[in-house]
Design a protein around this ligand. Structure first.
Ligand SMILES: [Zn+2]
Length: 272
């Protein structure tokens, strides 16, 4: 009897999960079918010149993804930052660029995007070996938490959208950390696509990471930002920035790395 009850509960749970997945997909389809607001289009034109360089089919896809993203994520302003459509659309357009052509659940762990007017100070508690607590205060432009939150400076998010060729993009950086964390740990190894090979990804990225670390130690010039030498998670985030912002140079100088990122992101920005 107990055995049958367990089976019945399991069946109900499976049915519930499957049907809630279907409901979510249906809801997303409905949201994407709503016409893209004219005001939002004006913001794209004003703040995100890259939008008009990507192929027309990807522009349409990006708009759909932005509508879904904006319907699901909450924005919170801090230190007097207003949450306007300009803030929401400018951040969403850059964040959703990482989702194009991909089978994605729209940053499933992310609930809230916290926006400060500019750089902000974070305080993290640290404990030494005697258990004595100290506060470590740092000035940051952005931060990505494993569960639930991305924190951004509005000034730098807007600057990243308007200059899309300098190889630096705060929003892409922080949202790449979110993708990385979808595996459960943020370590530079996000869940890969079916056709990708984990061993190949690991070999190529580890090799490039070690080279960058060595260049950083020897204070040598490097195409990739030395911040990427901090750890494999920062390396993946830094590489994602240049993949979208300096794809031609990345392809020329780090061909294998470019190909891995192209397979992961399912787009080729060097063609845009
Ligand atoms: Zn980072």
């Amino acid at each position: 009897m107990v055995y049958f009850s367990v089976l019945a509960i399991a069946a109900i749970a499976i049915y519930w999960i499957a049907s809630s997945g279907k409901r979510k997909a249906k809801k997303r389809q409905t949201i994407a079918s709503i016409p893209f607001p004219t005001e939002w289009r004006k913001i794209l034109r004003k703040n995100l010149p890259f939008f008009y360089k990507i192929p027309a089919d990807l522009q349409l896809q990006l708009k759909d993804k932005m509508q879904i993203f904006l319907s699901e994520k909450q924005f919170v302003g801090r230190k007097g930052q207003d949450i306007t459509d300009e803030v929401r659309v400018t951040i969403a357009a850059q964040a959703c660029l990482l989702l194009l052509n991909r089978n994605t659940d729209f940053y499933p762990f992310l609930k809230t995007i916290v926006v400060y007017p500019a750089a902000f100070i974070t305080r993290h508690a640290q404990f030494d070996h005697n258990g004595v607590k100290t506060q470590d205060a740092r000035v940051l432009l952005g931060e990505s938490w494993t569960r639930g939150q991305v924190v951004l400076s509005w000034r730098d998010s807007a600057a990243g959208g308007s200059d899309f060729e300098d190889g630096h993009n705060l929003v892409i950086h922080e949202f790449a950390h979110q993708l990385d964390g979808e595996s459960g740990v943020t370590n530079g190894a996000p869940p890969l696509n079916k056709e990708q090979n984990y061993q190949e990804w690991s070999n190529i990225l580890s090799e490039e990471f070690k080279t960058l670390q060595s260049q950083a130690r020897k204070r040598q010039d490097s195409f990739l930002d030395k911040y990427g030498a901090t750890n494999p998670a920062e390396f993946f985030a830094v590489c994602s920035e240049v993949f979208f912002e300096k794809p031609t140079e990345l392809k020329k100088l780090h061909r294998e790395l470019f190909e891995q990122l192209k397979s992961y992101y399912q787009v080729d920005p060097s063609q845009w």
